[in-house]
Design a protein. Structure first.
Length: 141
């Protein structure tokens, strides 16, 4: 029987850099990606999260959005939550509308994370191609 893992959970972090925001994704203690060029998407996402604020919005995501909008260092744990797994039980039409906005904002967060991962994988692929242009055999793991 194995004990609990000491590996950190994957994290998504927003790092302010002047008037820009850089995305850092840490998968484990050995793998971190930093991707620039997502400032507009980060701000749009943060605005959607704040606008959808309801009793169903996880507090860590609400804090993430507020920090990102204030250009403060912002972190989300974990990045792999499934928004469909949240239990939305609305008592009236207003709560139902809030729940829908919350679900859409959480889906937007998930799409954002996927987009950043795709961007990172494309950058790694390009780097691998550049390395392979050399005559020496190269392995990228």
């Amino acid at each position: 029987m194995s004990g609990p893992s000491n590996l950190p959970e994957p994290t998504l972090e927003i790092i302010p850099d002047g008037s820009k925001l850089t995305v850092a994704i840490t998968l484990d203690r050995f793998t971190t990606f930093q991707i620039a060029g997502w400032t507009e998407q980060i701000l749009d996402l943060a605005k959607a999260i704040v606008a959808a604020d309801s009793k169903w919005m996880p507090g860590n995501i609400r804090s993430f959005a507020r920090d990102a909008l204030a250009f403060k260092r912002a972190k989300v744990f974990p990045i792999d939550d499934d928004p469909e797994a949240l239990n939305f039980q609305a008592a009236n039409d207003e709560e139902s509308a809030q729940a829908k906005r919350t679900l859409e904002a959480l889906k937007q967060l998930r799409s954002f994370v996927r987009g950043v991962f795709y961007d990172a994988s494309e950058q790694l692929r390009k780097q691998a191609l550049e390395l392979s242009e050399d005559d020496r055999p190269t392995t990228i793991q």
